[in-house]
Design a protein around this ligand. Structure first.
Ligand SMILES: [Zn+2]
Length: 179
């Protein structure tokens, strides 16, 4: 599977090549209604720049995206009289990601609305937990280092360009990564 900006459905929505019900837009972020949404008001919040997965999105843009998602969530509460929202990311194919452009779902929730995002709790044994804890802690050491502020977000280029080979390979690798 190859994903390029030209055939990326989200980039086409951002570039107004595919019509959408736009709820919010600024220089980095766009939010649209999901026409096949789980509930009326289900929104997609996406970066205007093409990033296949969350890991590739610069910290500054992540900030903007989650800020917008929070505000969209508030707007849903205010305007639709819902009782809750789920803010949901499917990151990678095994997690249910279907389009190679990072997207945040904001899902309006009411009691007994039939949407199921629950899983069966599992009791992991102590050894498993300790092993996982060690591995994760090692990888998580540098989390606190927010990317430097001088790394400015890329301004969305209106003209879509093809993914570089390197970018494509990266996405392929990420999407095939085993749990
Ligand atoms: Zn895209």
């Amino acid at each position: 599977m190859t994903a390029s900006r030209e055939n990326c459905i989200v980039c086409q929505i951002v570039g107004n090549k595919i019509p959408s019900k736009k709820i919010y837009e600024d220089e980095f972020v766009m939010a649209v209604l999901d026409v096949n949404g789980s509930n009326p008001g289900h929104c997609f919040v996406m970066p205007k720049n093409h990033y296949p997965i969350l890991e590739q999105v610069p910290d500054i843009e992540i900030g903007r995206l989650f800020q917008a998602s929070n505000k969209i969530s508030s707007a849903i509460f205010e305007s639709l009289g819902v009782q809750g929202t789920n803010i949901f990311v499917a990151n990678g194919i095994p997690a249910g990601q279907t389009v190679a452009h990072f997207t945040i779902n904001v899902i309006p929730r009411k009691e007994n609305d039939g949407i199921n995002l629950q899983w069966q709790p599992r009791q992991l044994n102590e050894e498993e937990m300790s092993t996982v804890e060690l591995k994760l802690k090692e990888q998580a050491k540098n989390i606190g280092h927010f990317e430097k502020e001088d790394k400015k977000p890329r301004v969305h280029a209106p003209k879509p360009a093809a993914l570089s080979e390197e970018e494509e390979e990266y996405f392929e690798r990420q999407m095939r990564r085993l749990p």
